[in-house]
Design a protein around this ligand. Structure first.
Ligand code: EPZ
Length: 448
């Protein structure tokens, strides 16, 4: 059976009620922001919990739409998901009866594909839909599928679904990726924890969320270890046990609020944030002149001395960790619109991820889109409120940042994209002095 062609579009269903953000800009943000647990760690841990029939308990899970979709998907499989209090989830996968991940789940969220590795390794079969996710490029899953085949799985692709079986158990082996892939590494790693024998993955992605997942897997009894910065080795076990884990802080949310303080000329304390996870983003902030101090469990950002209009222009390029995260490219672009001079941006990971700059330009930023991967931003721009449309999660949060820095009122359509990945974002902004509200699009469009 032929493999799937890479998707050139991704279907993200519109919610029944469309919501908008209304933001009145020009207010410096001051105060403390609690940083939530990391979306891209929590989603993988929820999937990893299906590697055992015993109960797993997670704390500091962000209350976001993607977590809701993942837990609904697990429930549909027959997994027991308890949510005893906010940010706490308990997963018991003793009676998984339905090894089928439908399009309805997969179309909403690419991370649903993280169920391939664990279900295949534990139950020997799964039927899983080709995933959706953010509209930020082609985003194929060929590397995941190839990794499972290398571990001995048989996988056919028919009518939008991967039919995967593992006759007997998966077999430990060497998995060599042609490019670094975050979820490819994670899927292979999860599958290998229950394979027969030893697996080596390289180059393994180095994102901190993967190391948090490794810590959780070790608590489950898995024989998994990062042996070199780009190598993960796994000694397969017959079974894993239940475990408890606190999800690491979200470094992308952290970066978003660093830029929020910077572009509004404010001062924020980011409580629970981990500066050591920010990699190249922190270097860019410091090169640009943003005042960032990292403590043991907090970050202080002070933009009252060097503020909007005074930042130093930079040449930035996204890269796998520890480089500048592609998820922090959109907030970085908002910051660069407030630098005094010409900056250049190279988006090296995804081919559609600069498209959102069209919306930033509508707000008054001076931007040249040189090609799919390169742009030039000349600042400082006097951003002004207008109507803009969110196309994906990180671009959405960045349009809020631009609106906070802008003069006048901005209406931002497509608020649902932001709720996929940011817990209570408007409450967090309101608490530090922003003028923002989320309203039903159907309401009369009074500007704040
Ligand atoms: C993860 O996506 C994150 N998602 C993304 O965050 C993040 O932008 C991305 O890593 C890069 O850091 C989650 O963790 C849920 P990749 P992932 O595989 O794993 C190509 C957000 O906003 N590739 O590292 O899907 C791919 O096209 C989201 O929170 C293949 O060619 O990204 C890209 O060019 C959006 N074949 C490159 O590899 C494959 O099978 C790296 O992508 C897989 C990937």
């Amino acid at each position: 059976m032929a493999d799937a062609r890479p998707f050139h579009w991704e279907y993200v269903p519109e919610p029944v009620t469309r919501e908008i953000f209304r933001v009145e800009g020009g207010q410096p943000l001051h105060g403390t922001v609690p940083i939530s647990g990391a979306k891209n760690a929590a989603l993988k841990m929820l999937a990893a919990a299906t590697l055992t029939g015993e109960r797993c308990r997670f704390t500091n899970v962000p209350e976001i739409e993607d977590v809701r979709v993942m837990t609904e998907t697990l429930r549909d499989l027959g997994v027991v998901v308890d949510h005893p209090e906010p940010n706490v989830y308990e997963i018991a996968s003793g009676d998984v009866e339905w090894l089928f991940v439908p399009l309805e789940a997969a179309a909403k969220m690419r991370a649903s594909f993280m169920l391939l590795g664990p279900l295949l390794a534990r139950f020997g079969r799964v039927i899983i839909s080709n995933p959706g996710g953010d509209r930020i490029g082609r985003r194929p899953v060929d590397l995941h599928v190839q990794a499972m085949r290398t571990l001995g799985a048989q996988i056919d692709y028919r009518n939008g679904y991967y039919f995967a079986t593992a006759p007997g158990r998966l077999r430990g082996t060497e998995i060599r990726f042609p490019v670094v892939s975050v979820m490819g590494t994670e899927n292979a790693m999860l599958a290998a924890t229950l394979a027969d024998g030893h697996t080596i993955i390289r180059p393994a992605a180095r994102e901190p969320e993967i190391d948090d997942l490794i810590v959780f897997l070790q608590k489950m009894g898995a024989g998994v270890e990062r042996t070199y910065p780009d190598t993960i080795e796994i000694e397969g076990r017959k079974r894993l046990r239940g475990a408890e884990h606190r999800v690491m802080p979200d470094r992308i949310e952290t970066g978003t609020f660093i830029v929020a303080a910077a572009v509004t000329g404010g001062r924020l304390t980011l409580e629970g944030a981990a500066g050591e996870h920010l990699g190249g983003f922190l270097d860019v902030m410091r090169d640009a002149g943003v005042g960032v101090e990292c403590g043991s469990d907090r970050i202080e950002v002070d933009s009252t001395a060097v503020g909007p209009g005074q930042f130093t222009p930079c040449a930035v390029e996204t890269a796998p960790y520890p480089g500048l995260a592609t998820d922090l490219q959109p907030p970085t672009c908002v910051l660069l619109s407030q630098a005094a001079g010409r900056s250049t941006v190279h988006e090296a990971i995804f081919e559609d991820r600069l498209e959102w700059l069209g919306e930033l330009r509508r707000m008054g930023a001076e931007i040249e889109l040189l090609d799919d991967h390169h742009a030039a931003i000349t600042g400082p721009a006097r951003l002004r409120g207008t109507e803009v449309e969110i196309g994906d999660l990180r671009a959405g949060a960045s349009l809020i940042l631009a609106a906070l820095a802008a003069h006048g009122a901005t209406t931002i359509h497509g608020a649902h994209h932001v709720h996929r990945g940011y817990e209570d974002i408007e409450r967090k902004f309101l608490d530090v002095g922003a003028r923002i509200e989320r309203v039903d699009e159907a309401e009369p469009a009074d500007r704040p």
